[in-house]
Design a protein. Structure first.
Length: 493
């Protein structure tokens, strides 16, 4: 008995799957695991079709010896009688991550261009635990572009009156990179199972971000996935939520060049509330938190809303978004008919192109196209295209600039472009303790993060040097001692 996953492709030559998985189709390989043995073999390997199989044989005795107190399922013989030897649980996800580690990272040294190529894939798992049943499975995988076939497994085929179990036979079909397909399973299988076989420590947040940074920030079930993957540990959930928000702000690859490629949707999503104290994981099957409609919107959404409110209050008719990324704020500005012209500039040409795709600039009417301009440009270099706007926005931008280049940014924005209003938002480093990030930044690309005093010192000096006044507004949850999650400075000339 074992847990089985098969991965099939029909892209010729189909045996290239072996290069992507770093496992030779002509060999049967075994890999020792903490609770058993994982086997990789190929039931078929031809030019037209190739299937790789990962079989995990779980040793019940090893599992019983390693079982931690308080683990689930919670009955007397659970350490001897449980579903771990045949269900695709966290045990299987760990084995998948270990056996296909290089493939999961998207590396293929033998075929460098192949790792980034979407392939027609079919993934099959005969027994996946998921208390939400087929509807929950579809809600998790369909937004990632998969065609989902989730068939409930009956408790007893000979006794249909007993109904269905909490397991489904899962088949996924779609165009995807092998690395993406593996990352979806690596994260979503333990989230659906909801019962990890090991202690969930702080490094679990890093594992989640490494595996899912490219698709989780925009997933409509992000809060549910994050909470379940992190065993409902509130402190870890808050830390992951903060870091995912930063990824969401930075994300440029919302729409891939090929619409058939699996991608994460761009719709805003709800996050876990920032309130709460760390506590132990709830028993498997316990109710999840209140309806997402009762939770505050994600910090990224609150931040954009606060910026839009300030621009409306200042009566800005023309707006420059410096560091526009994939164009989310630009899109919101274009929805406001009071705004006559919007420009988005980003140092990344790829991000600008993605913003064009997001906004469908090539499909706009002439009148709509006349309202928007997207171009490559840097906030630390003078550019005549920056001039002539009522307002400029630097939303979560300054912390990505090396400190020694901030004077150049000040001269370009306040001295050269000189809009009537400048809106700057940046993380409040003091608030990071709420995310379990004391002494750490919210994203690896942040060159620094300011305390409230440091931000005000910079803002007051920059404003005085260039003839501006500055006022400060909180964004997001506002701690009476530590201040808001995001700090905003509104400069007026």
């Amino acid at each position: 008995m074992g847990v089985l996953l098969t991965i099939s492709t029909t892209r010729r030559p189909a045996t290239d799957l072996g290069f992507l998985l770093h496992k030779h189709p002509d060999r049967v390989q075994a890999f020792s695991q903490a609770h058993g043995t994982a086997h990789v073999f190929y039931p078929e390997a031809g030019e037209d079709a190739c299937t790789a199989a990962l079989l995990l044989e779980v040793d019940p005795r090893a599992l019983a010896r390693a079982r931690r107190p308080g683990g689930t399922p919670d009955f007397a013989l659970a350490q001897y009688v449980n579903d771990r030897p045949f269900a695709a649980s966290s045990l299987f996800a760990v084995a998948l991550g270990a056996v296909f580690r290089t493939a999961l990272r998207g590396r293929c040294d033998a075929r460098p261009g192949l790792a980034g190529t979407p392939l027609p894939l079919t993934l099959r798992l005969p027994a996946v635990p998921c208390r939400g049943g087929p509807d929950r499975v579809r809600a998790l995988f369909a937004p990632l572009g998969w065609e989902v076939d989730a068939e409930p497994v009956p408790l007893d085929p000979d006794l249909p009156e007993w109904g269905d179990s909490r397991y489904v036979r899962l088949t996924l079909r779609g165009m995807a990179r092998v690395a993406d397909a593996l990352s979806h399973l690596y994260v979503l299988l333990p989230a659906m199972d909801g019962a990890k076989h090991y202690w969930v420590a702080d490094d679990e947040v890093d594992k989640l971000l490494r595996a899912a940074e490219s698709w989780l920030p925009g997933h409509p079930e992000r809060a549910w996935i994050t909470r379940r993957y992190l065993a409902r540990r509130d402190r870890l959930v808050r830390a992951a939520t903060a870091r995912l928000d930063e990824v969401d702000d930075l994300a440029g690859a919302d729409e891939p060049d090929d619409p058939a490629v699996l991608h994460r949707p761009a719709d805003p999503v709800h996050e876990e509330a920032a309130a709460g104290v760390p506590g132990p994981a709830r028993p498997d099957g316990a109710a999840d938190p209140a309806d997402p409609a009762d939770r505050p919107p994600p910090l990224a959404e609150q931040r954009a809303g606060a910026v839009l409110a300030v621009l409306a209050a200042e009566g800005a008719r023309t707006v420059l978004d410096l560091g526009c990324g994939s164009g989310r704020l630009v899109a919101r500005l274009l929805d406001d008919r009071r705004v006559e012209r919007v420009a988005g500039a980003d140092v990344s040409a790829a991000a600008v192109e993605q913003a064009r795709r997001r906004l469908r600039v090539d499909r706009m009417s002439d009148a709509a196209r006349a309202r928007v301009d997207l171009f490559t440009g840097s906030a630390v270099y003078h550019d005549p295209r920056f001039a002539g706007f009522d307002a400029a926005v630097l939303m979560e931008v300054v912390e990505h600039v090396d400190p020694h280049r901030l004077p150049a940014l000040e001269e370009v924005v306040f001295g050269g472009a000189r809009p009537r209003t400048v809106v700057v938002t940046t993380p409040n480093a003091e608030y990071n303790v709420h995310y379990g990030l004391a002494g750490r930044t919210r994203h690896a690309d942040h060159r620094f993060e300011w305390t409230r005093a440091q931000f005000r010192a910079w803002a007051e000096r920059a404003a005085a040097a260039h003839g501006y006044r500055v006022r400060y507004l909180p964004v997001g949850a506002d701690d009476p001692d530590l201040g808001p999650a995001t700090q905003m400075g509104v400069f007026t000339r």
